[in-house]
Ligand binder design. Sequence first.
Ligand SMILES: Nc1ncnc2c1ncn2[C@@H]1O[C@H](COP(=O)(O)OP(=O)(O)OP(=O)(O)O)[C@@H](O)[C@H]1O
Ligand SMILES: [Mg+2]
Length: 413
Amino acid sequence: MGAFSTGVPPPRRVAHRATTASLQALLPFIAESSLGSAGVYIGTDAFSRSPFYYDPIRMYLDGVIGDPNILVIGRLGYGKSALMKALSRRLNVVGYSTIYLDPKGETTPLAGAFGVEPLRLAAGGALRLNPLDEKLASATGLDPTRERELLMRAVLPVMLERPLRPAELRIVSEVVREVVESCPQPTLRDVHAGLAARGAVTCDPADALWDYIHGPAGALFDAPTSAGVDLNAPLLALNLRRLTQTLTAEKQRLVTLALAAAWLFAIVSRRRGYKLFVADEAWFMLRHRAAAEWFQAQWKLCRATSTANVAVLHRLSDLEAADGTMASVRGLLSDCATKVIFNQEPGEIPLLQKHLGLSSTEVEYVRSLGRAWALWRVGERSFVVKLDVQPAEWAIVDTDGAMRGEVLDGPED
Ligand SMILES: Nc1ncnc2c1ncn2[C@@H]1O[C@H](COP(=O)(O)OP(=O)(O)OP(=O)(O)O)[C@@H](O)[C@H]1O
Ligand SMILES: [Mg+2]
């Protein structure tokens, strides 16, 4: 059976046969010569009918793309997570490890394929992750104190629901530096004590931090990281499904995701070798200006750490609708040399054209891509590819089980 016997992307305008070379002339940026065979097999390119291979870091090192980061964007249920799980497994074969921020709790089968268990963070559970943990100090020359300072400067505005004032920013930085230098095992509680000790100027951020620490998720991030967490596991998947389900306030969910991401970023920065860091459902975090700016800064720091960062989004309008964060997300988009674009609603097209620079021909395809098909923009080249799921991968990529009433994430979840 051919790789595109179903869900063929929009053939509306391609009613004739032509060689790849002539198609390239007719449809520049759509019908591309192959990227070559650097990387792992993804599927068959609908135009050249040749296999499409991909390896973000190797292609970056070979000068094929300007950075190894990946934006994955597409409608609900069109195959974004499936692609990342399959890519994670396939890249592992060529030496990558994966760090996976999993807000929906879908990585248990993937973890099984790696022979590990996901980390499950839940209110009332035993697992603790300390985003200020000194043990996680960078093995790659980044400044861990600065990373913690940036984290607090990002999450406090979310907790406060307003930007930090200049005096608050200065004191937050000072306090984090003091805490990291003086405490053998710094925690959020220590930062709170430092802010509270500075009196009236930082009374608002201190109170906001206090509220978070004493809220439903605070205790999970306000203690030393649990012993026994294997920081070197080839797949470190952090399952937040239970936790995010119990958090009703949006700002609590956002801060929780940012703290979880910060802990994972610290893992990324200490780990050697090629890595894929998947932030699934990243749109939620990127809706808030301070969180989005921090996230982008982390990506930039990752440049030194052989990491391909992946942000998974539904649609750009999710980001624009919030508080004007589009400005900072634009930077993030331009830091993604690879953009994998699944089907998008017609209303999203102007934003795709504006922010991703899609041509009218590419837009035409994106509007009518079938499930699991995606337009891959790799640098300046474009391909239309459906992930070819291997038999052994079905259990890993299937998320429709929840709709069939199956328990996806193991009985304990
Ligand atoms: N390449 C593929 N071939 C066949 N089926 C696929 C493919 N990719 C995904 N699917 C099926 O589509 C379903 C949804 O996929 P997935 O969970 O990856 O969607 P998603 O885009 O991440 O959705 P959401 O936005 O809700 O997280 C899965 O059950 C999976 O089995
Ligand atoms: Mg998904």
